[in-house]
Design a protein around this ligand. Structure first.
Ligand code: C2E
Ligand code: MG
Ligand code: MG
Ligand code: MG
Length: 280
């Protein structure tokens, strides 16, 4: 690879980098052009009401089709974007892309479902997240209630005051906020009450073992009742098996997101599912 790039790059990058760090270097460099090259695409994964088995929302999940590496997972490129600071540009692009999509669905009379958008801690801690939400909602003429921001625990610990202020401004605007991957970070249950989250998403690592490890089933059912006690909605992520679904239903989990219903879909396929409605 490096050889194609000419002598300078060859010297700099094969001597000192192994293959892995070279790939990382390429991804960091190339993501800056990925937006204009149209290499990013937003996929949508349905969230399903546990009782009615209806689609009641979806999560926007970013995909990157790199011209040489092919499909690169967000698990790989999001951390790189976070390290380099480019995550703010990516987050802005995703946010506006979803707003535009929501507008189009409204124009085409598709059934309305709110969409969740992942916002990196770094981006959430910046002032311009509020600007982004305000201006985009106005520019695209979106009902703020049709947008939910997903943030992870990481941002809560050190900057809880900034987070609380940002959250209350965003909630005044009318968007919803959910706590993603709960249980994997370091925040404690007692901290939850200091934040006005609308929704708590139980991390898939608990769901995976919900029938195998006693601790994980206890944690899962406790999280559901705690969240309900604090007035939050609960989403279980990564539900793949019928038995997991049964356990979650029996323990009063509100919403299900997972392969058992659907993988993240391209717009066209998600629209087909929306029109069809019910899963059964
Ligand atoms: P996340 O926000 O926790 O998203 C859920 C992840 O779980 C997605 O992975 C989804 O495809 C996967 N998933 C859902 N159901 C199942 C299941 O039943 N089984 C399995 N094995 N996996 C399931 P994905 O799309 O690869 O995204 C990974 C992470 O990358 C996301 O985790 C999120 O943290 C980040 N990410 C994705 N898109 C964006 C974005 O637009 N902005 C930011 N900041 N982060 C993003
Ligand atoms: Mg998420
Ligand atoms: Mg998650
Ligand atoms: Mg995750």
């Amino acid at each position: 690879h490096a050889k194609e790039k000419g002598k300078n790059t060859y010297q700099v990058y094969t001597k000192e980098m192994n293959q892995e760090s070279f790939r990382k270097y390429c991804l960091e460099r190339d993501m800056r052009k990925a937006i204009e090259l149209n290499e990013f695409e937003v996929y949508y994964q349905p969230k399903v009401d546990a009782k009615a088995e209806e689609i009641i929302g979806a999560e926007a999940l970013l995909r990157w089709e790199h011209k040489r590496f092919g499909s690169v997972s967000p698990g790989e490129f999001i951390p790189i974007a976070e390290d380099s600071g480019f995550i703010t540009e990516i987050g802005t692009w995703v946010f506006k892309n979803v707003c535009q999509q929501l507008k189009e669905w409204e124009k085409n009379d598709l059934p309305f479902v709110p969409i969740s958008i992942n916002i990196s801690p770094q981006h959430f801690l910046k002032k311009d997240i509020i600007e982004l939400v305000k201006t985009s909602v106005a520019e695209f003429g979106i009902d703020p209630a049709s947008i939910e921001l997903e943030i992870t625990e990481t941002s809560l610990i050190h900057y809880s005051e900034v987070v609380q202020n940002t959250m209350s401004t965003l909630k005044d605007i009318g968007v919803k906020i959910s706590l993603d991957d709960f249980g994997t970070g370091y925040s404690s249950l007692s901290q939850l009450q200091n934040f006005q989250f609308d929704t708590l998403k139980i991390d898939q690592s608990f769901i995976k073992n919900v029938l195998i490890k006693k601790e994980d089933s206890v944690i899962t059912s406790s999280l559901i009742s705690l969240a309900h006690g604090l007035g939050m909605n609960v989403v279980a992520e990564g539900v793949e098996l019928e038995e997991q679904l049964e356990y979650l239903k029996q323990n009063d989990c509100d919403q299900i997101q997972g392969y058992i219903y659907s993988k993240p879909l391209r717009v066209k396929d998600f629209e087909d599912l929306l029109k069809k409605g019910l899963f059964n």
